[in-house]
Write a protein that binds this ligand. Structure first.
Ligand SMILES: Nc1ncnc2c1ncn2[C@@H]1O[C@H](COP(=O)(O)OP(=O)(O)O)[C@@H](O)[C@H]1O
Ligand SMILES: [Mg+2]
Length: 240
């Protein structure tokens, strides 16, 4: 199995300025390394404030690490390399309402993802939007819906559609199931597992649930105060 994404000694310190002279430094990540292989899943666990979302944001290129390096398919990812990263590494967040634009229909937001990242024609974009909406368990009619017109679960499906429509190699899910009711949570988890099979994606799955981590992931990375507490194979992976 080839290594898709490799993180080498990623560290991140947030500097918060408190007035003119006072500065507060918060170490959010310290020397975090891992490897993600093609088609495999890495679960990331840890208490609140342990650095999970910071790690996700660095992988997605939303923020730069203070030190350390990321390699994608063997090539070093540079902080300015947004386009390549936006296509290949996509994120789904916990709060689907906050991560969608409230003023634009779902169809418009999917069009934009394609417009910014591909050279597809309008017809090709429309066709791909239809098939992606159906693939995530929505209807074609949902393209004219605004986020507020949808349930939490439907909105999360729309976020998943926006993430997978570019056929990414890596999907980073930051507590993507946490805001959902139990029954919807199981449906969305199954959807993500099906999509991983179909699209041959690798997942970085941030979760508070040891059951979910061990059920779906091959490796579990546990963070504590920004450092790696443990990094191990799951029993699911060993049994495979
Ligand atoms: N933008 C920011 N500015 C300053 N500190 C931050 C910022 N984002 C996160 N932190 C701090 O970094 C640490 C890790 O946060 P985070 O990555 O959100 O952890 P988790 O997702 O595991 O809850 C926390 O102490 C948090 O307060
Ligand atoms: Mg978080």
């Amino acid at each position: 199995m080839s290594c898709l994404l490799r993180a080498e000694a990623i560290s991140k310190t947030y500097d918060t300025h408190m007035g003119w002279f006072r500065k507060h430094s918060q170490v959010a990540l310290h020397n975090v390394s891992f490897e993600l292989h093609e088609g495999k899943s890495l679960a990331v666990m840890g208490n609140n404030g342990s650095g999970k979302s910071t790690l996700a944001a660095i992988i997605a290129g939303a923020i730069a690490p203070t030190s350390g390096e990321l390699f994608f398919q063997g090539t070093k990812l540079l902080s300015g390399d947004f386009k390549n990263r936006a296509q290949n590494i996509r994120m789904v967040f916990q709060d689907s309402e906050a991560s969608l634009n409230p003023h634009k229909t779902i169809g418009k937001q999917l069009h934009e993802a394609l417009w910014f990242n591909t050279k597809l024609t309008l017809t090709q974009r429309n066709d791909l939007i239809t098939s992606t909406l159906l693939r995530v368990g929505l209807l074609d009619e949902h393209r004219v819906f605004y986020p507020y017109m949808m349930s939490n679960g439907q909105r999360q499906r729309a976020c998943i559609a926006r993430a997978i429509i570019l056929n990414p190699k890596v999907l980073v899910a930051d507590e993507a199931l946490a805001n959902l009711d139990t029954s919807v949570r199981a449906q969305i988890l199954n959807l993500l597992l099906d999509l991983q099979d179909d699209f041959k994606m690798s997942y970085i799955f941030i979760t508070h649930s040891p059951e979910i981590a061990h059920h779906m992931a091959d490796h579990v990375l546990v963070l504590k105060d920004g450092a790696v507490e443990s990094y191990s194979l799951t029993t699911t992976a060993i049994e495979k």
